[in-house]
Write a protein that binds this ligand. Structure first.
Ligand SMILES: Nc1ncnc2c1ncn2[C@@H]1O[C@H](COP(=O)(O)OP(=O)(O)OP(=O)(O)O)[C@@H](O)[C@H]1O
Ligand SMILES: [Mg+2]
Length: 457
C-alpha cells in the first residue's frame, strides 16, 4: 500500500497538510493568548469603573467585581499616578509579567508556546493600554491556569480540524491521483505485458488514451516503439524464412554440383582437343560453385553451436592448418610458414578455432597468388588472454575488404571466394568472448590477431 503511487500520495498529503496546519497553528495560538489577556484587561477596566463612581466600595462588591472580571488585582495608572483600583489577596507571588502594549510577534509566539505547555497554577501579570483613553496604563494579575486550559482547548480544536481537513484532502487527492495518473500508468504496464506475449500481433500495440500530456506522450512513444518492433520482428521472420530457403537451395545445389564436378573431371580425359582445353576451366568454375554453396550453408547455420571450451594443445591445430595449406600449393616452397608457439595449451573449442585459423591462413595464402612469401603464426599469452597472430608479407587487404571487414558476402574481392571467411571467423571468436581484429595492414602485408580471454567471465 505504501509503496504504491497513490499510497505515497496519501501519506505525503497528510504530512504536508499537517505541516501547513502547524504553521498556521503557531501564530494563531499566540493571537488567541493575546486576545484572551486583552479581554481580561477590558473586563478589569470595566470593573474598575465602579470604583470611579463610588470611592468606597463594599468589600463584598469588590470581590464580586474581581471575580466577574476573572482577575485578582487591577491597577490603573491615570495622569501618571498609580491607583490600585481593585484588589484581593494573591494566593502566591506574581511569577511572570507580560507587557501587551507593543509586543513583537516573536515574543508573542514564544510566550504562547511556553504557556500552552505549562500546567501549573501560577499568577501572572498582564500590562496593557486601557480602552477609550481610560488611563495611561492598566495592570491586572490573574491565574494562568484558565488561560492554559483555554489555549489547550483551542489547540485541540485546531488539531481536530486539521486532521479532518488533511484526511479529507488526502482522500480526495488520492482519488484524483488514482484516476489521472495511476490508472494510465497501470494501463501502460498492462499493455506492455500484453504486447510481450505476442509482439507480432498488431492489435496488442497500445492505443494512446491518457489525458495527462506527459503520459499521453509516453503512450505515443511506446506505441511507435511497439510498431517498429513488430515491423522488425516481421522482417526478421521473413529473413529467417528466406535464409532457410537459401540454405535449402544451397544444400541441393551443392549435391547437384558435386555430381557435375565428378562428371567434369572426366571431361579432361576426352580426346576432343577443344573439350580437353576447356575442361579445366569448367572444373574450376564448378569447384568455385561448390565452395560457394558450402560456405553459404555454413553461414546459414546462423546459430553456431555454443563453443565447447576445453584445454588442448593449440600447436597441433596450427600444424594441421599449415599442412593443409601447403597441400594446396603447387610449389611447396612458394610460401614459408613459420610457427612460434610460446604457449602449450589454450582453452577454446578446438573445432571452431581450427575453422578460424584455417580462414585466416587460407586468406593469407591466397593473397600471394603465385608469388613467394612468408606467413608467421605466433601464439602468445598475457595475464588475461591468449593471442594468436597471423601475419603475412603479401599485398595487404584491398580497400573494399577493409571497408566491409567482417561483413558477410560484401568484403570479398576474389573471384573464387564468397566473402564469408572473415565474417565466420569473427563470429566464432566473438562466441568465445574474444576479439578478432586487423592489427596491421599495408602494402607489406596484413596481420590479424585473435584474443581469447582466459577468465570464465
Ligand atoms: N591476409 C590477407 N591479405 C590480403 N587480403 C586479404 C587477407 N585476408 C583477407 N583479405 C581480403 O579480404 C577479403 C575477404 O576475406 P574473406 O575470407 O571474408 O572472403 P574470401 O576469402 O574472399 O572468401 P571465402 O573466405 O568466403 O572463401 C578477401 O577477398 C581478400 O580480398
Ligand atoms: Mg577467405
Amino acid at each position: 500500500m505504501f509503496n504504491t503511487l497513490s499510497g505515497r500520495f496519501l501519506i505525503l498529503t497528510i504530512v504536508f497538510v499537517m505541516l501547513a496546519e502547524v504553521l498556521i497553528f503557531v501564530p494563531s495560538i499566540a493571537r488567541f493568548r493575546m486576545d484572551y489577556l486583552n479581554t481580561r484587561i477590558e473586563r478589569a477596566q470595566i470593573a474598575s469603573l465602579a470604583l470611579l463612581a463610588d470611592n468606597m466600595l463594599a468589600p463584598e462588591l469588590e470581590a464580586e467585581l474581581l471575580q466577574n472580571a476573572g482577575v485578582y488585582n487591577v491597577v490603573l495608572v491615570r495622569n501618571e499616578t498609580r491607583q490600585l483600583a481593585l484588589s484581593s489577596t494573591l494566593p502566591s507571588p506574581v511569577a511572570d509579567t507580560y507587557d501587551l502594549r507593543d509586543p513583537g510577534i516573536g515574543t508573542l509566539i514564544i510566550d504562547a508556546l511556553y504557556e500552552v505547555t505549562r500546567t501549573d497554577d501560577r499568577i501572572i501579570r498582564a500590562v496593557g493600554l486601557p480602552k477609550l483613553d481610560g488611563g495611561d496604563l492598566i495592570e491586572i494579575t490573574l491565574d494562568a491556569g484558565p488561560l492554559q486550559h483555554a489555549m489547550r482547548d483551542y489547540g485541540l480544536r485546531i488539531l481536530w480540524l486539521s486532521a479532518i481537513i488533511s484526511i479529507f484532502t488526502a482522500v480526495l487527492l488520492n482519488l484524483v491521483v488514482r484516476w489521472v495518473i495511476v490508472r494510465p500508468i497501470a494501463y501502460l504496464g498492462r499493455s506492455m505485458r500484453e504486447y510481450e506475449k505476442a509482439p507480432q500481433d498488431a492489435r496488442r500495440i497500445i492505443q494512446p488514451r491518457a489525458s495527462v500530456i506527459e503520459l499521453h506522450e509516453a503512450e505515443i512513444a511506446l506505441a511507435s516503439l511497439q510498431s517498429e518492433l513488430s515491423a522488425a520482428l516481421r522482417q526478421r521472420q521473413r529473413l529467417a524464412q528466406l535464409g532457410e530457403a537459401v540454405a535449402k537451395v544451397s544444400h541441393d545445389l551443392r549435391n547437384i554440383l558435386s555430381t557435375v564436378q565428378l562428371l567434369s573431371d572426366r571431361l579432361e580425359e576426352s580426346d576432343d582437343p577443344a573439350v580437353k582445353r576447356l575442361a579445366p576451366k569448367l572444373v574450376r568454375s564448378v569447384s568455385r560453385a561448390v565452395a560457394l554453396s558450402e560456405n553459404t550453408l555454413a553461414f546459414g547455420r546462423a546459430d553456431e553451436p555454443t563453443p565447447q571450451l576445453q584445454r588442448f594443445c593449440v600447436s597441433d591445430i596450427i600444424d594441421d592448418v599449415v599442412t593443409q595449406e601447403i597441400l594446396a600449393l603447387e610449389n611447396t616452397n612458394q610460401i614459408q610458414f613459420q610457427v612460434t608457439c610460446n604457449v602449450d595449451e589454450v582453452r577454446a573449442d578446438p573445432e571452431q578455432l581450427y575453422r578460424v585459423l584455417q580462414n585466416l591462413v587460407r586468406n593469407a595464402r591466397q593473397a600471394f597468388g603465385p608469388s613467394h612469401g612468408q606467413i608467421d603464426i605466433v601464439l602468445g599469452e598475457d595475464e588475461a588472454s591468449w593471442t594468436i597472430t597471423v601475419r603475412d608479407n603479401g599485398p595487404g587487404l584491398p580497400p573494399k575488404a577493409i571497408e566491409h571487414l567482417f561483413h558477410p558476402f560484401s568484403g570479398g574481392t576474389k573471384r573464387e571466394g564468397s566473402g564469408l571467411g572473415l565474417a565466420i571467423a569473427h563470429e566464432l571468436v566473438v562466441g568465445h568472448g574474444g576479439t578478432l581484429w586487423l592489427k596491421d595492414n599495408s602494402e607489406n602485408g596484413a596481420c590479424f590477431q585473435i584474443t581469447l580471454p582466459k577468465g570464465e567471465i
